[in-house]
Design a protein around this ligand. Structure first.
Ligand code: NDP
Length: 280
């Protein structure tokens, strides 16, 4: 299988975001993303640092609010309300996961839909469902861009999504449907998953299981989008797909690391610019 060059694609998308940020600045608008991090989850720290670096590269101002792990839900909601009301803040992102005393869904719903650059609020999810203009969730939106960049036809094709989370699997299925694919969603209760997966022209793996998808689950010539990020027993990062096992097949695949993750970050920049353009 040939690798889709996510690095080059993400760089192109970020360069375009930077050009748009410059244009906004010329008009007197400084695009700004506010990130809230509660606690000290090491993976979240890495993600947040990455987002700040991306903002700096794209000419987007970024603010990081660090709150202690024992922060109350009310205190977090108050911080969100402050940023909702601040016209200088265009995008608000609360890094997930949150500590157990905080209701994640309530927090997401507190973010103004106009500043919801993650695309997680019910308003944006609903708008996506009915095909209205909205902030698309970054990971699935990035996967669609990867499919386009590889020249993979989507309309009329059989797409199988492994995983049905609110942030990846479900929106991924919706976006593929919007692109006119025939979509099947598999999850932990699915029977004959391997057979269903092996019939896919487009296979998106988002289950969080180290190298779960082997050669027998992939059709020759398929495009495989590997969303998973798993720490393997070797201490290294691996996807949900066993890329090495697919080496002799025809088709396209995204590497892990250096695949979907880069696109998720790039699409956040796209959404932040869009929020600034709307909020100007
Ligand atoms: P969740 O844990 O929220 O969801 C996992 C989904 O996979 C569930 O729907 C679950 O089914 C399904 N599943 C789990 N095990 C199996 C199995 N053995 N067979 C079939 N289905 C299974 O994960 P996320 O969607 O948040 O993330 C998925 C992966 O993607 C993770 O590795 C995560 O780290 C990664 N990720 C990567 C991003 C990136 O930018 N590259 C961004 C976000 C996530 P059920 O609903 O029945 O429980």
């Amino acid at each position: 299988m040939e690798r889709i060059d996510a690095k080059a694609l993400a760089a192109r998308i970020k360069a375009d975001a930077a050009r748009q940020a410059e244009e906004l600045r010329r008009q007197g608008v400084v695009p700004k993303l506010s990130v809230i991090l509660v606690g000290e989850d090491p993976a979240s720290e890495v993600y947040v640092r990455g987002k700040q670096r991306d903002c700096a590269e794209c000419g987007i101002e970024s603010e990081l609010l660090r709150l202690p792990a024992d922060t109350s839900e009310a205190a977090l909601l108050a911080e969100i309300a402050r940023r909702n009301a601040d016209s200088g803040v265009h995008g608000i992102l609360v890094q997930l996961p949150l500590p157990p005393q905080i209701d994640e869904q309530r927090v997401i719903e507190a973010i103004s839909p106009e500043k919801d650059v993650d695309g997680f609020t019910p308003i944006n999810v609903g708008r996506m469902l009915i095909g209205e203009d909205c902030f698309l969730p970054c990971t699935p939106a990035g996967c669609i861009e990867l499919l386009r960049a590889s020249g993979t036809p989507i309309a009329g094709k059989r797409a199988v999504v492994l995983g049905r989370s609110n942030i990846v699997g479900k929106p991924m299925a919706l976006l593929l449907l919007r692109e006119n694919a025939t979509v099947t969603v598999c999850h932990s209760k699915t029977e004959n998953l391997a057979k269903i997966a092996s019939e896919a022209d487009i296979l998106v793996a988002a289950i969080g299981r180290d190298r779960f998808v082997g050669a027998g689950m992939v059709k020759d010539g398929a495009t495989v989008i590997d969303v998973g990020i798993n720490r393997g027993p070797d201490g290294k990062l691996h996807g949900d797909v066993d890329e090495a096992a697919l080496a002799t097949k025809a088709g396209w695949i995204t590497p892990v690391p250096g695949g979907v993750g880069l696109m998720t970050r790039a699409m956040l920049m796209v959404n932040t610019i869009k929020a600034a353009q709307k909020g100007r």
